[in-house]
Design a protein around this ligand. Structure first.
Ligand SMILES: Cc1ncc(COP(=O)(O)O)c(C=O)c1O
Length: 226
């Protein structure tokens, strides 16, 4: 059976991985060496296009493909951007928010989880109160679209609050990036993680981080901020 030309694959209705188009399948028919000029050029184009999809300035942000699933990308951000004296506030209203907190916990990162009902967006007054009452938060993380329920969390408002409290803002946009418009600048997004096999309709196997370039140079778990 010629699955490339028939395109009669079962339609996947899962949140991801999902059905890929003929063109996506066809693009995978060529072998490329990781040092080939063509491969390096494709990676450059992918990184550029990711910034275009996010409508973010290449002067301020950079896109980093990660060689693992979405969870791998999240772990990469949590493990490498929060300094050892940092403190993370995770705003959770579903399983993927809880997963960010679990990753922080396993990594021994100081973390507080602000839990809310799964069928409601986070209470912004509670977010403000927690940040006011607990000095020392350096980072705030939230899931944009909690895939488990489909709820879309208000990342602009949460980003503004994070910025008011001088916290860096991390968004898990696994099932929204590429489908739900977001403005990195207005949302004060410092780090965003999404994956190849959700809204941008690629194949599973890698995720990517869109990060504020200047923080990549200075923020590291083991390196003091400049
Ligand atoms: C919001 C969200 N975060 C994280 C993940 C984990 O991604 P992965 O299954 O690629 O590790 C998913 C997967 O569906 C997700 O929807």
């Amino acid at each position: 059976m010629n699955i490339i030309t028939s395109n009669k694959d079962k339609v996947l209705f899962t949140p991801g991985p999902l059905t890929t188009s003929c063109t996506v399948k066809q693009a995978m028919l060529t072998d490329l060496g990781s040092r080939d000029v063509a491969f390096i050029e494709i990676v450059r184009q992918i990184r550029q296009k990711l910034l275009e999809i996010g409508a973010c300035s290449p002067n301020r942000y950079t896109a980093i493909p990660m060689q693992g699933s979405g969870t791998f990308g999240i772990e990469a951000v949590v493990s490498s951007t929060i300094p050892s004296d940092g403190k993370l506030l995770v705003i959770a209203n579903g399983a993927y928010g809880e997963r960010i907190a679990k990753i922080a916990d396993v990594l021994n990162i100081s973390c507080h989880v602000l839990r809310g009902p799964e069928d409601k967006t986070p209470d912004l007054d509670r977010v403000k109160k927690v940040l006011e009452a607990n000095l020392g938060f350096t980072h705030v993380a939230v899931v944009h679209c909690e895939t488990t329920t489909g709820i879309i969390n208000p990342i602009q408002e949460i980003g503004e609050i994070s910025n008011d409290f001088d916290c860096k803002f991390f968004v898990d946009a696994m099932s929204s990036f590429g489908a739900v418009t977001m403005n990195f600048h207005d949302c004060y997004i410092d780090y965003l993680v999404s994956s190849a096999n959700k809204c941008i309709e690629g194949v599973p196997g890698f995720s990517f981080v869109v990060a504020r370039t200047r923080y990549l140079r200075t923020n590291s778990r083991n390196m003091p901020e400049a």
